[in-house]
Design a protein around this ligand. Structure first.
Ligand code: FCB
Length: 437
């Protein structure tokens, strides 16, 4: 393997999530938006980008950029809109789509839970109650039926710590709680639900690989010299990046966030319950101690003068390699990058962003990390949760009025690298370098 070559069999692909693209979904988020609880109440997801009706077209777009894998999620609210009543037509639709995907030579990467819930869920069986595990097991059983024989890469949960922080500690996303005790009960039940889902999948699916997608941040003390900033950084690394992965590796959930939430729980069956580690990487956070609650200030800084991305995040590819190596050394498992991407309205930064992140990823691979694939977030522009319709992460830009998808300048470059497995510089990078001379 040359220094610019990805390993043989390395898979490039693209990622999406049901609620952000499909449209026509009634779930906890649609209620949340209707109640005006998003930053801007006009930010309704609604028809999203109508991926539900344009699936085949979008699958073709994914193939056009050389994707060997396509990450989608199965919307629980579509499958089980009323508790205990399965919508068989929706189940069948999902199954047919994934079969077509597989037949087209694209490996299905399927998330069972990507932030959203059916509307009955938080009222009747919220995550802090043990009944949530029973319900999620049933959902997973249905998903396993959809996935039978497809050799899918299955992600039980997308970013459990984001769900927990946003939904159970900051109250910013459904279910909108700020309660440390409930948060820790919920986190334990998310881990138990992963174990339950794994049992169902292994029983029903035939060949499949099972893991989670963990949002991982590079952390830095805002003031290098400050002991409390440094202590916060260590805590963040341990709790945010590792606590959940560790629970699914050694079977014990240990969280220690002083003043916020702490727990130590055994999770039955969780030891070694992931076949791969899914990493979602976007940026670096600078942490500063402040002497009043919540005692922590979290900031993005353009320390290296690259310019923050449009959503305001630091462009920090160096952190990508560090995290991948950290996960490799800590767990020794195969790794999939299940999300990485940039909000780039003009579309001119994306090729350089890809090049930089791939270069660092290759660096980690050459140092021994067993990385199997890279999925770009996202195939196309979509509904970005609390940020609504502003951010543009898509390889394809979408006109939200006409729903027309148009390739951004990164499509050509993505295809070139995905098809050849060889990292070359994008033309825009050469321009960037010339300008800097
Ligand atoms: C991740 C989410 C994904 C998308 C990207 C930008 O945290 O998993 O749905 O919103 O951020």
């Amino acid at each position: 393997m040359g220094t610019h070559e990805f390993p043989r069999g390395f898979t490039f692909g693209v990622a999406t999530a049901a609620y952000q693209v499909e449209g026509h979904i009634e779930n906890d988020w649609s209620e949340w938006e209707r109640q005006g609880r998003c930053k801007d109440p006009s930010h309704r997801c609604g028809r999203a980008v109508d991926h539900w009706n344009l699936f085949d077209h979008d699958l073709q777009l994914a193939r056009d950029v050389g994707s060997g894998a396509f990450r989608v999620s199965l919307e629980w609210a579509r499958i089980e809109p009323v508790r205990g009543q399965v919508d068989e037509a929706a189940v069948d639709q999902y199954r047919q789509r994934l079969v077509r995907m597989k037949e087209a030579g694209v490996r299905p990467v399927v998330t069972l839970h990507h932030f959203t819930h059916p509307q009955w869920f938080h009222r009747e069986t919220p995550w802090h109650e043990p009944s949530s595990v029973v319900e999620f097991r049933r959902h997973a059983r249905i998903c396993a039926r959809i996935l039978r024989g497809l050799d899918a890469l299955v992600i039980t949960f997308n970013e459990p710590m984001v769900l927990l922080l946003g939904g159970y500690l900051q109250g910013m996303i459904p279910p909108g709680l700020a309660d440390g005790n409930k948060a820790m009960l919920a986190l334990g039940n998310l881990a138990r639900s992963h174990v339950a889902a794994r049992e169902e999948l292994l029983r029903e699916c035939g060949r499949c690989e099972i893991g989670i997608s963990q949002n991982m941040l590079a952390f830095r003390p805002d003031r290098w010299w400050h002991p409390l900033d440094r202590a916060l950084t260590r805590l963040a690394l341990d709790n945010y990046n590792h606590a959940f992965l560790r629970a699914l590796t050694d079977g014990e959930l240990r969280v220690q966030m002083p003043g916020l939430a702490s727990t130590r729980q055994r999770i039955e069956g969780a030891r070694d319950s992931m076949d791969f580690m899914g990493i979602n990487y976007y940026t670096r956070a600078h942490l500063r101690f402040i002497p009043k609650p919540p005692f922590l200030q979290f900031q993005y800084r353009d320390l290296l003068g690259r310019g923050l991305t449009d959503i305001g995040w630091e462009d920090y590819p160096e952190g990508f390699a560090q995290l991948v190596l950290d996960v490799h050394h800590t767990y020794g498992k195969p790794i999939w990058v299940t999300e990485n991407g940039i909000d780039d309205r003009q579309g001119d930064r994306r090729p350089g962003f890809l090049y930089d992140h791939w270069r660092h990823l290759l660096g980690a691979i050459h140092q021994g990390a067993d990385v199997r694939g890279y999925l770009y977030w996202s195939l196309m522009d979509n509904f970005e949760w609390l940020e609504g319709w502003g951010p543009r992460f898509g390889l394809y830009s979408v006109d939200f009025e006409t729903l027309e998808r148009r390739p951004t300048p990164a499509c050509h470059y993505f295809r070139q690298v995905a098809r050849s497995g060889v990292l070359v510089e994008p033309p825009s990078l050469r321009v960037r370098e010339d300008a800097g001379r």
